[in-house]
Design a protein around this ligand. Structure first.
Ligand code: HEC
Length: 152
């Protein structure tokens, strides 16, 4: 009886201790990177969304987080690292799509976005095509991305 209680208490102590060690090793609390701390400080003057969209600490190419690609769900499968968009991994990173689609798929990007010749993208756009206006916005973003000097 006493032994059972003792071993229970011991295992709790060991468990908590181990948990804390792992927690401390993985960063712990007071480990916020300085940029992040600095970035959150002035956010009091605006809404959270505009604070992050307008902040310059990541890169000058940061785009509106509520862009056409996120509105149309493209980011569920795609990232655009050149624009600081690190999102879906299912599809290719679209940073150079503006230049590469012609070679990769044999049709101009405008056409790819109208009537894709890839099975996955036909499925994505087939039932819900981009409007002309949306396609223009996508093209503008992808063009912008392709013009960014790759930092990595
Ligand atoms: C369900 C996941 C999915 C979604 C959602 C999706 N895509 Fe894709 N996309 C893919 C995959 C996978 C490929 C690669 C196709 C291939 O190579 O045959 C691709 C390819 C592309 C390409 C060609 C890029 C390249 O390098 O081959 C473009 C451009 C593109 N997608 C744009 C978009 C846009 C714009 C949207 C939003 C309207 C979107 N995608 C939504 C999965 C997706």
């Amino acid at each position: 009886m006493n032994k059972a209680i003792l071993s229970f208490v011991l295992s709790v102590i060991i468990g908590v201790g181990l948990g804390y060690l792992i927690y401390a090793a993985s960063g712990g609390p007071g480990d916020t990177p300085p940029e992040e701390a600095a970035a959150t400080a002035p956010a009091s003057s605006g809404t959270q969304a505009t604070a992050s969209a307008g902040s310059t600490q990541t890169s000058s190419t940061a785009v509106d987080q509520n862009n056409i690609l996120s509105q149309r769900g493209c980011l569920g499968c795609h990232s655009v690292s050149a624009l600081g968009i690190h999102a879906g991994q299912v599809g290719p990173d679209l940073s150079q799509a503006f230049n590469e689609v012609q070679n990769k798929h044999g049709i101009p990007i405008e056409q790819f976005l109208t009537k894709p010749n890839s099975a996955v993208m036909s499925g994505v756009l087939g039932s819900k095509p981009l409007t002309d206006d949306q396609r223009k916005q996508v093209l503008a973003l992808l063009k912008k991305a392709s013009e960014v000097k790759q930092a990595n």
